[in-house]
Write a protein that binds this ligand. Sequence first.
Ligand code: SAH
Length: 213
Amino acid sequence: MTSQRTRDRLIERLLEQGITDKAVLNVIRGTPRHIFLDEALSHRAYEDSSLPIGFQQTLSQPYIVARMTELLLANGPKERVLEVGTGSGYQTAILAQMVERVFSVERIRPLQEKARQRLRQLGLHNVHLRHADGGMGWKERGPFDAILSAAAPEEVPAELLEQLAVGGRLVIPVGPVGKQQSLYVYDKTEDGVEEMLIEPVLFVPMVTGVVVA
Ligand code: SAH
């Protein structure tokens, strides 16, 4: 179930769906997704689908992880990256292998703790985790070259745009809970912010406040 053949099949699927960035595909090929799931679900880890991780949250579909990572890195290498919604830590692990430093915020403490263990298990030490409401960003550690949100707000939080460096890029799903949402890219320039609509998506909502246990 976690054989190289199964993993290669996932990469073929991503290619068919239009993921072209070789570096992204290589990192996905080399990153075990099954360790980010509970054992009962790990046999489904290399399917191209989102999977439950508890607390009504999901591990994102590989296609969407690949697409968002590709978009995030498309306009040049990134050093400091903020992620909102660590969840299982899978997207975090992909990012950590492609940028210098990842700052990842999660509001549900038990998810964050599991993610921390898995990232350590993979030897990814360039990740800084924080238990907080990521809709507020992480001001002390900004500005960021790139920001990726794995949860969908109804409107883009001003804090995230504020904490983006000039030349930086925000990749974020936006839209109402359970209804049509869209993936957007925001580029911060000297003159302001440019918005690009990418494609329809379905994400868990960005929620305010934190959950301790
Ligand atoms: N990339 C993750 C996605 C997890 S789902 C993965 O593949 O595992 C999205 C995550 O965003 C959930 O864990 C949810 O708890 C978190 N989240 C939602 N709103 C948030 C907020 N305001 N601040 C931080 N995390 C948030």
